[in-house]
Design a protein around this ligand. Sequence first.
Ligand code: IMP
Ligand code: MG
Length: 175
Amino acid sequence: MENIGQIKTLISEADLKKRVEELAKQIYEDYNKRSITFICILKGSVFFTVDLAKHIPSNVKLEFIRVSSYHGTESTGKIELKIDLKDDIEGEDVLIIEDIVDTGRTLSYLKEYLKTKNPKSLKICTLLDKKERRVCEIEPEYVGFNIPDKFVLGYGLDVDEEYRNLPYIGYIDNV
Ligand code: IMP
Ligand code: MG
C-alpha cells in the first residue's frame, strides 16, 4: 500500500500478551474447565484466537467462518457469508472470537446465524471494542480493550488486506 503514513502504536505487543492471558484465565474459570468451541472469524481474528487458545489449559475446539462487510475503511453495511462452518456445533459451548466490534453488524448477523445451529451456549469474545460506533445492539461478554474511534491495524487487523502481521495494534492518522 502506498502513502500509508506513519503507523503509531495504540496497544503494544507486551500489553496485548498480558491482556490475552488475563482473558484466557477468565474464560477457563467461567467455563469451569469444560470443553469450549472457538469460532474464529477469518481473517482478522486468527492471531487473537491462536494466542487465546494457547493459554486455556482445557480442551478448545477450533472452527472457522468468514464473512465480509468491509471495503477499505468504511463499512458497507452488507454482510456476506464467504466461508461456512465445516462441522456441527449443536450442543456445544460456543465462543465467537472476533478481532473488533465496530458497528456490530457482523456480530448481529453471525449470532442469529449461529443460533440456528443449536449450540448449548453462544457468547462473544472480542479483542477490541469501538463502542461509540455501534449501530446494532451487541454486548460482547468478553472485551480485551475498549478503544476510541480510530481505524486500527495489526495483530490480525488489516487495511485493505495489508499489515495484519504487525505484532502490535497500530493506527494511522491519515486514513
Ligand atoms: P462491524 O460489523 O461494523 O462491527 O465490523 C466488524 C469488522 O469490521 C471487523 O471484524 C473488522 O474486520 C472490520 N473492522 C472494523 N473496524 C476496523 C478497524 O479499525 N480496523 C480494521 N478492521 C476493522
Ligand atoms: Mg477485516
